[in-house]
Design a protein around this ligand. Structure first.
Ligand code: TNX
Length: 538
């Protein structure tokens, strides 16, 4: 179909082109398999209906799709659960039992007559909805009605994630960010099919979660932040709201209580937890490694059990992150015994342990996951923990740390690990990154945003965009083209070869084009982003 040009509108200070049809393959992260059919473009019309399988979680995805599309289109887009009907115009979201789609995959078919999205789970439908959204013109991101032809490109997509763990971390301890900011970050994760939000809730500069049995932690420990600002904390109701909002977007919250180091804020609230002879005072600087809870005091383990107990009860996800990084003042033997005891507390609560890779020397415990943030791929201690059963989340600081500057002149951020522009964020392979670690030990990828120098929502977005989508593509899209799921027969194998060019592979030159193409979407959504010189901006 020839692009229909309706002119352009000036929106949020940028020019948004109207009327051009998105290519089916322009999606981020790249779908596993894309088969365009240029004769099958679908025009979404004002009378379109969203039909959903009669299932509460699927219906919730249908309602979210409607909520995403209504503002810009101005269409009513009613959501119904009329079962068994083929899509007669409009969009159908169907739960199916097609085993090849896995726990999060989906199949999308766009024809002249309608749009059909199929998945085995509501999570799969949710990811498919994110794809659908990216296939509409960029103006779909506008929160007010836009005159546009809402055309979806014809063809089929089969898509499944490479890794089950696709995450980002927000440090709300160095600077506190309120619930609204966190919900907006969750929206950004959902857009790019990430499914984990790790919240770094405690550090030297602030304690950000109310603990009923130790109220001074938040009341006193939460009243500080880097630079001397007022800080803040989440009530348990706030935290539940974040968890529920994330869950509705098929994102699991992983809360972190950093132990035994990075605990100055807790010690200010409870000096009895500090090592004998030390007098904690509020800290608004950015040094690390000076604080720790007293590992020789039983009171410390009461504190840990109470805090993790309340957090476990508030957290439906299976993981508790116990930190473990940079406890420089605790002797190695003492540190290892401390971590092992905290691991037992976590498993006793029915949760699975995640810790920064410094916890590697501790004994293995069921399901234990290490979050590796090194910069040098040769790490025998981590490799040994993997041999003893640990799995890994990869956050290499020189590729995945969103607090690193893009370049020397980036106004905020660090540079101790690297300058990370988009190519550097994209240019590594999680499966082969670490020496002596087999590919199947890697559960996925996570991009942490530390916030010593990040103080506002705009600054969060400036550091996330455009690097977060690069990490999301590493976590979701195949490294090399995947064989057709039904390529058993010769015939399927042949047609598979014919369709070779439509199967995704990790490819910088293709990615940078697609990524730059998302800029009008970010502008329409009011997202502040960095105009990286790595990308061919439109
Ligand atoms: C190291 S990475 C830290 C954080 C800092 C970060 C700054 C890790 C587990 N610990 O405490 O915020 O560097 O880049």
């Amino acid at each position: 179909a020839a692009p229909v040009r309706l002119g352009s509108v000036v929106q949020l200070g940028a020019v948004v082109q109207l009327g051009s049809v998105v290519r089916l393959g322009e999606v981020i992260p790249a779908p596993e398999r894309v088969e365009p059919d240029p004769d099958a473009d679908h025009l979404l019309t004002a009378d379109a209906v969203i039909r959903v399988s009669a299932d509460p979680a699927a219906l919730a995805v249908g309602e979210q799709l409607a909520a995403l599309l209504r503002p810009a289109t101005g269409y009513p887009l009613p959501v119904t659960d009329v079962v068994g009907q083929p899509p007669a115009g409009g969009i159908a979201l169907q739960l199916t039992d097609e085993a090849d789609l896995g726990a999060e995959g989906y199949r999308l078919d766009v024809t002249r007559d309608g749009v059909r999205l199929r998945a085995r789970t509501a999570a799969g439908l949710h990811h498919g909805v994110q794809t659908l959204r990216q296939l509409l013109p960029a103006a779909i991101e506008s929160r007010t009605p836009v005159a546009e032809r809402w055309v979806l490109p014809g063809g089929s997509i089969l898509d499944r994630p490479r890794y089950p763990h696709r995450g980002a971390m927000l440090d709300v301890a160095r600077h506190f960010f309120g619930v609204a900011d966190v919900l907006r970050v969750i929206d950004h994760l959902a857009r790019y099919k990430l499914n984990r939000l790790h919240l770094h809730l405690t550090d030297d500069q602030g304690w950000r979660i109310a603990i009923d049995s130790w109220p001074r932690l938040a009341a006193v420990g939460g009243a500080t932040e880097v630079g001397g600002g007022p800080g803040g904390h989440y009530t348990q109701a706030d935290y539940r709201r974040i968890v529920a909002y994330a869950a509705a977007r098929h994102i699991t919250v992983i809360p972190e209580i950093d132990l035994p180091g990075h605990t100055n804020a807790a010690l200010v609230a409870h000096p009895e937890l500090a090592p004998p002879g030390t007098t904690p005072s509020p800290y608004a600087g950015t040094e690390i490694g000076f604080s720790y809870v007293d590992p020789t005091s039983e009171r410390t383990y009461d504190f840990v059990a109470d805090v993790l107990g309340e957090l476990a009860a508030l957290t439906p996800g299976p993981w508790l992150h116990i930190g473990g990084d940079e406890a420089f003042k605790v002797p190695a033997e003492v540190y290892t015994r401390f971590v092992e005891r905290v691991q037992r507390i976590v498993t006793g609560l029915g949760k699975t342990v995640i810790g920064w890779h410094q916890i590697a020397p501790a004994a293995h415990t069921d399901g234990r996951i290490l979050q590796w943030w090194g910069t040098r791929p040769d790490d025998p201690t981590t490799a040994d923990a993997v041999r003893r059963g640990a799995k890994l989340i990869l956050s290499p600081a020189n590729h995945a740390y969103l607090d690193m500057k893009y370049a020397p002149d980036t106004p905020i951020g660090h540079d101790w690990a690297a300058h990370i522009d988009v190519h550097q964020a994209y240019d590594w392979d999680p499966a082969t990154h670490l020496t002596d670690v087999p590919a199947d030990a890697v559960l996925g990828v996570e991009a942490p945003l530390w916030t010593e120098s990040v103080t506002t929502r705009t600054e969060i977005e400036f550091m996330l965009f455009p690097r977060l989508p690069a990490i999301a593509e590493l976590a979701w899209s195949p490294q090399s083209p995947q064989p057709h799921p039904s390529a058993q027969s010769d015939r399927a194998a042949q047609s598979d070869r014919a369709a070779q060019s439509d199967r995704a592979a990790h490819d910088w030159s293709d990615f940078r084009q697609r990524l730059a193409g998302h800029a009008p979407r970010w502008t329409a959504a009011g997202i502040a982003f960095h105009r990286s010189p790595d990308l061919p901006w439109p």
